[in-house]
Design a binder for this molecule. Structure first.
Ligand code: DC
Length: 264
């Protein structure tokens, strides 16, 4: 069984006794080590929920890189720019100012991941539509757009202490991340998770339709010429087909703990 972590940043440690103090010092040292954790994986692998949970357990900032692609996609649609006009899209991305912030408690309660600001305007809800997702997936194939957004993602890391999720975080964005995770699950399991989400939203897709969608998206993500979804050589592969969110998150926190340099 994995050890449970007791070093959440928000923990009240007033119950610490003398015999615990050496352990406590080590834990404080670990807490202040601001690691960069990269979590990549295909659609439905659970990476958003797991990444958010890991960030909460460590007191780290959670960053959803996909939201940046979605924000530029929203602007493209609003300005009615053709999705084939690569040159204009790269300029548009370069002229955009995108900021990711922690969600409010109310936003978190309804499953929103990051607060997203596009040129100073909050677009947290607007970017979560199917139309924006489709446009984002097209934008994500343009090398120039990726270059601009990768630079933004690197800036967003600030001094570390972040969990960033996406498709190319361990391979391109943070190749030197202290911990890289590649999250997998069987296509059937991923389709079932997505299908449940559709059901909750009142959308009536069959499981078979969702499985087909998952397979198509997998192929597009993995076959794409620019920054395809691949596991970084030094990423830890976690197949969570038979694991819950909490168990997966704990395993990642355990691995993060191992990556922290020893206390001086
Ligand atoms: O994770 P998501 O569905 O919000 O991502 C939106 C789109 O952006 C999706 O088509 C994949 C793409 N994306 C990417 O290519 N690289 C990333 N690091 C994150 C997302």
């Amino acid at each position: 069984m994995l050890p449970t972590t007791s070093w959440n940043i928000g923990n009240q440690r007033s119950d610490i006794t003398n015999q615990d103090s050496a352990t406590y010092d080590r834990e404080v040292f670990r807490m202040t080590a601001r690691l960069t954790i990269a979590i990549d994986g295909p659609a439905g692998s659970g990476k958003s929920t797991v990444a958010r949970r890991v960030a909460a357990m460590l007191g780290y900032l959670y960053l959803d890189s996909g939201a940046m692609y979605r924000a530029v996609a929203l602007k493209t649609l609003e300005r009615k720019i053709a999705l084939q006009d690569d040159e204009r899209l790269v300029t548009l991305a370069a002229e955009s100012h995108i900021e990711l912030k922690a969600p409010t408690a109310e936003q978190e309660a309804v499953g929103l991941k990051n607060r997203v600001f596009l040129d100073g305007r909050e677009v947290t809800q607007e970017i979560r539509t199917g139309e924006v997702a489709q446009a984002a997936s097209r934008l994500a194939t343009i090398a120039g757009v990726r270059e601009v957004l990768v630079a933004e993602q690197r800036r967003a890391r600030q001094g570390g202490g972040v969990v960033m999720e996406g498709r190319d975080i361990g391979t391109v964005v943070f190749p030197n991340a202290e911990l890289k995770i590649f999250l997998e699950a069987s296509p059937e399991t991923r389709a079932e998770r997505r299908w449940k989400e559709h059901q909750e939203k009142g959308e009536s897709l069959t499981l078979l339709e969702v499985l087909q969608e998952v397979r198509e998206r997998d192929e597009r993500d993995r076959e794409r010429k620019v920054s395809p979804l691949v596991r970084a050589k030094d990423a830890v592969l976690i197949d969570n087909t038979a694991m819950g969110i909490e168990e997966t998150a704990r395993l990642i926190v355990f691995l993060a703990n191992e990556r922290v340099p020893s206390a001086p």
